[in-house]
Design a protein around this ligand. Sequence first.
Ligand SMILES: NC(=O)c1ccc[n+]([C@@H]2O[C@H](COP(=O)([O-])OP(=O)(O)OC[C@H]3O[C@@H](n4cnc5c(N)ncnc54)[C@H](OP(=O)(O)O)[C@@H]3O)[C@@H](O)[C@H]2O)c1
Length: 260
Amino acid sequence: MADRPVAWITGASSGLGSEFARQLAARGYDLVLIARRRERLEQLARQLSVHCELIRSDLTLRSEQEILAQRLSQEPRLALLVNNAGFGTTRLFWEAELQGQLAMHELHVMAAVRLTHAALNNLVRQGQGGIINVASVAAFARSPANVSYCATKAWMLAFSEGLALELRARKSPVKVQALCPGFTYTEFHDVMGVDRNAVPRSWWMQAEEVVRASLEGLDRGQVCVIPGWRYRFLVAVLTKLPFALRMILQANSPHTRGRL
Ligand SMILES: NC(=O)c1ccc[n+]([C@@H]2O[C@H](COP(=O)([O-])OP(=O)(O)OC[C@H]3O[C@@H](n4cnc5c(N)ncnc54)[C@H](OP(=O)(O)O)[C@@H]3O)[C@@H](O)[C@H]2O)c1
């Protein structure tokens, strides 16, 4: 329908991105779904009763980031951008392939910068809408064999918080959120080849509850959303500890030891 709001979702071919698509469709958004696996986007679109445009794109490539940003800045019904595409690492920074580390920074940082810049110019002009940056609880912690992941997710959190302040300074109603989930059942850990059993069951969340918390948080204008009381408690404690104590705990956490 010509008057429906449109949401753009990166990394919509699985996990949290697909779930954002389902919940935003139920809220009446038309969708632009982006990922490399087009057949997975087609499968998802067939399940949804709203208009879906599918874009096959590798967002680690600057040329593709620029094409999407150009389109995004001119999307007439743009209401929401979800910067969700992402992946994790499993090796020590200097032992891992540099190419993979650079690709992660391109995807988590540079793609988010280009798409957010284009989307915000559009949304601020319209005086409505929002951006959700899918960060992680890793934004609040550091762990060996996960260095670039934690660093890029911490950047996403700082970026979102800063943008929210700029929008408030301009009294713009446009909202920005950093979503910081903990362990969530998606394909994320399969892609990394990590055994889910290394983490106790009670710490795992469903994509459905993570996305619901994000969208309800966006309705309230919440800038940082951490789904699940366990993770909110963990972050509250971790961020209050002295630096030296945090270093000791992070070096000895079961999650860290399992990776080395
Ligand atoms: N699952 C967790 O425990 C967890 C926890 C905290 C934060 N997160 C964050 O949540 C976000 C979504 O991850 P997920 O858990 O839903 O994992 P997932 O099921 O593996 O989904 C990742 C999505 O990102 C897309 N993607 C990866 N590389 C891409 C590229 N170069 N270009 C375009 N799209 C790309 C994938 O699509 P294609 O492969 O089809 O391109 C896929 O749709 C990520 O940013 C992740 O860091 C996840």
